[in-house]
Design a protein around this ligand. Structure first.
Ligand code: SF4
Length: 307
């Protein structure tokens, strides 16, 4: 019998590059039962923070994984449910930092951010990717069917409070579903909340893979483009197109992109790989180009063009 391994990947992620994943529970452990969840139905709702997997088990598995590979950009805590329900989250982040200097990201539904202890733990991560899909109590309940103690106002207040104190990068995800939260009024309302949260980035997504409820419908590309414009965000589905260029020379194409928008290392790698370029060769050219500078922020290396 093989034992459960809480480490998975590295996997290719459109937002995160090559990501080494950590899950903090063996079974699905969540305080939401989202209609669009790709993990299937939530059998039981949890709200208390517990040590769903022994901390030592996760840390030893990570040590083993790090002995085998260094070929990833980031460590991402996500996996089977909601990572903020993991009680020793702060200790886990500290332990990861002792093992590697790769940045640490956490993908969360954000429902527990109304709690100060949870905000404090989460603030240790370099990058946080929370969700905001609802625009009022009814839409929040429809989409997330949360634990009875959770409300839309708690969710929103928690996100706003966290974002105002957090020093790392905050990439907010808005998951849009046809007929549920994709109307003009819903988008306008979500935008007013985004203006209060002031995330570093907004990603607009739609459930393309099998959702928990078969009635859930993904939005079409026209809606996604409209939503990305209204929310001033990036449609995840169009990420690779977002970094397309008609310039044939790979290094020159990247220079034209970073003239307007600094890109981080793995965005450049993803762009080059979509063009089947010789990645080490182009990176070498970029690194020797005196017009390009690199800056570190939140554990990422960003490529800028000198002005
Ligand atoms: S919060 Fe995430 S894991 Fe939990 S039910 Fe929703 S989509 Fe699934």
């Amino acid at each position: 019998m093989t034992s459960f391994n809480p480490i998975y990947g590295p996997i290719a992620s459109r937002r995160l590059g090559r990501s080494l994943g950590i899950t903090t529970s063996k079974e699905k452990h969540c305080n939401h039962q989202c209609i669009y969840c790709q993990l299937g139905k939530t059998e039981k709702l949890y709200q208390n923070r517990t040590e769903t997997l022994p901390l030592n088990t996760i840390v030893s598995a990570l040590k083993n994984a790090l002995q085998k590979t260094d070929a990833f950009d980031i460590i991402t805590i996500a996996g089977n449910g909601e990572p903020l329900l993991y009680k020793p989250l702060a200790k886990l982040i500290d332990a990861i930092r002792n093992l590697t200097d790769k940045p640490i990201a956490i993908i969360t539904n954000g429902a527990l951010l109304y709690r100060e202890d949870v905000r404090k733990d989460l603030a240790k991560a370099d990058l946080v990717l929370p969700t905001l899909n609802g625009y009022d109590e009814a839409s929040y309940q429809t989409m997330h069917r949360p634990h009875p103690s959770l409300t839309f106002q708690k969710h929103l207040d928690g996100l706003i409070t966290f974002s105002h104190h957090y020093q790392g990068a905050l990439w907010l995800e808005v998951m849009l579903m046809q007929g549920i939260n994709d109307s003009d009024d819903a988008l306008k309302q979500i935008k007013t909340f985004i203006d209060q949260i002031k995330p570093t980035r907004v990603y607009v997504n739609t459930p393309l893979r099998t959702p928990a409820e078969s009635t859930v419908r993904a939005c079409d590309s026209v809606t996604m483009e409209r939503a990305a414009r209204v929310l001033n965000g990036i449609a995840i589905d169009f990420l690779s197109e977002g970094y397309a260029s008609t310039i044939e020379d790979h290094a020159e194409a990247i220079k034209s992109l970073i003239r307007h928008h600094p890109l981080h290392h793995h965005e450049i790698v993803a762009f080059l790989s979509s063009r089947h370029a010789n990645i080490p060769k182009v990176l070498n050219t970029l690194n020797r180009d005196p017009s390009i500078i690199t800056k570190k922020a939140n554990g990422f290396t960003f490529y800028h063009l000198k002005t």
